[in-house]
Design a protein around this ligand. Structure first.
Ligand SMILES: Nc1ncnc2c1ncn2[C@@H]1O[C@H](COP(=O)(O)OP(=O)(O)OP(=O)(O)O)[C@@H](O)[C@H]1O
Ligand SMILES: [Mg+2]
Length: 241
């Protein structure tokens, strides 16, 4: 069942169709290797979120294969799939998805709910994760007592508290002002430098251009996949048009 490559995620000929002839993903092939930091860009409706959800096993492809850490997810039972997701993948969304009325520590501690960690340890680890995103001084604040940028940092701490190999972020700066967005991106760069593989959907070309790999979507297909930077300058390739 396992494969030998270092790939964290592999999509092979993944499609996603909805009734009424909507082809959200047409035939997507994408491999994300350990340690990568990539941007996914493309027009609204081009399939970016659909792909991220399929990569993160929140959604199943209509046809094709998804491998996470070498496991073909279609071969796993629901409980093994949940365990794989809890162990390997953290999610961050544009609108934070924090629980109202629960303080930052408990919001982050919830990231360990499915990992079978006792409450006291969940809270200890949550405080450590909040320190990593430099919010140790906001532990007891509820979401309505936090700025947008702080809320997103709480959401990142929640995604990280289980120490996932892969962080999937859908427009993490989309609801933030420029300065808060920059802080969030700096944080993602730091996390990547310390070993987390990160995939970020963004509408912001400046952000995309600042990342070492850019995957461009159009009409449910990858139209280009470009690498830059010292580490992988020789790997630049254009796919399709
Ligand atoms: N549950 C669904 N049922 C039917 N069609 C859907 C469903 N979810 C998404 N779609 C369609 O699939 C296509 C891709 O949607 P997706 O959300 O992946 O786009 P996106 O690239 O993330 O766009 P945006 O930048 O606006 O977030 C769109 O045409 C959308 O209308
Ligand atoms: Mg989207």
């Amino acid at each position: 069942m396992t494969v030998s490559s270092d790939a964290v995620i592999e999509l092979r000929d993944a499609t996603k169709s909805y009734p009424g002839g909507v082809h959200a993903l047409r035939r997507v092939n994408l491999t994300v290797e350990e340690g990568e930091l990539l941007a996914v860009v493309g027009p609204s409706g081009s399939g970016k979120s659909t792909m991220l959800n399929v990569m993160g096993t929140l959604d199943k492809p209509t046809t094709g294969t998804v491998r996470v850490a070498g496991y073909d997810v279609s071969e796993l039972s629901d409980s093994r799939l949940s365990a794989l997701r809890a162990r390997h993948i953290g999610f961050v969304f544009q609108h934070f998805h924090l629980a109202a009325g629960r303080d930052a520590v408990d919001n982050v501690a919830d990231g360990l709910l499915y990992a079978g960690v006792p409450l006291k340890e969940r809270r200890t680890r949550a405080r450590e994760a909040l320190a990593k995103v430099r919010l140790d001084h906001r532990c007891s604040h509820t979401p309505n007592e936090l700025s947008g940028g702080e809320k997103q940092r709480v959401a990142i701490a929640r995604a990280l508290v289980g120490d996932p190999r892969l962080l999937l972020a859908d427009e993490p700066t989309g609801a933030l002002d420029t300065a808060s967005g920059e802080i969030v991106m700096e944080l993602l760069h730091e996390l990547n430098a310390s070993g987390t593989t990160i995939c970020v959907i963004t509408h912001d070309n400046e952000i995309a251009d600042s990342l070492p790999r850019r995957v461009r979507f159009k009409d449910g297909e990858i139209v280009s996949d470009t690498r830059s930077g010292a580490r992988s300058a020789s790997c630049t390739e254009e796919v399709g048009s």
